[in-house]
Design a protein around this ligand. Structure first.
Ligand SMILES: Cc1cc2nc3c(=O)[nH]c(=O)nc-3n(C[C@H](O)[C@H](O)[C@H](O)COP(=O)(O)OP(=O)(O)OC[C@H]3O[C@@H](n4cnc5c(N)ncnc54)[C@H](O)[C@@H]3O)c2cc1C
Length: 121
């Protein structure tokens, strides 16, 4: 892919490549994982993200098994588990109209989400 429409930034500390095999737009889970999986196959990529850092809002309370299998194959399982917050004080899943609005539905999660976590036996 040619990046000729990107104007070079004269203040950039490192040279911006003008041609890359794969351009990934977005550094969310899909973009970041794609970059790692491509790198594992020896394919170079350039990932661009419009935000300078990670989101300040939580965007996942759990990952499904296949997702963790892929992270594990990339050697990321430990880091991801360490970065996760404990949910043992969460007792309900709530559906609400807005954050301060009317509650639509509430599901108790007995013992908190930690009880539902898979464990090695
Ligand atoms: C409140 C909440 C709770 C959730 N809970 C769960 C959960 O428990 N489990 C689960 O699996 N999922 C959960 N999700 C969903 C999960 O967060 C999304 O499915 C996941 O983030 C999608 O990843 P993505 O990489 O496709 O997109 P995103 O995470 O949206 O990433 C896209 C990225 O692309 C960037 N971008 C977009 N356009 C451009 C552009 N033109 N140039 C540069 N950068 C750009 C954005 O800034 C963003 O960083 C939750 C989401 C929310 C909001």
């Amino acid at each position: 892919m040619t990046l000729s429409h990107f104007a070079p930034n004269p203040d950039a500390q490192t040279a911006f490549p003008t041609e890359v095999p794969v351009l990934i737009v977005g550094g969310g889970p899909v973009g970041l994982t794609s970059a790692l999986l491509l790198a594992r196959q020896g394919v170079r990529s350039l990932l661009i993200e419009r935000h300078p850092g990670t989101s300040i809002h939580p965007r996942a309370r759990g990952l499904n098994i296949r997702t963790m299998e892929i992270f594990r194959s990339l050697g990321l399982e430990g880091a991801i588990r360490a970065a996760g917050a404990s949910l043992d004080r969460n007792r309900y899943l709530l559906w609400v109209e807005t954050l301060a609005g009317a509650e639509i539905r509430r599901i108790p999660v007995n013992g908190g989400f930690d009880e539902a976590r898979p464990r090695r036996v």
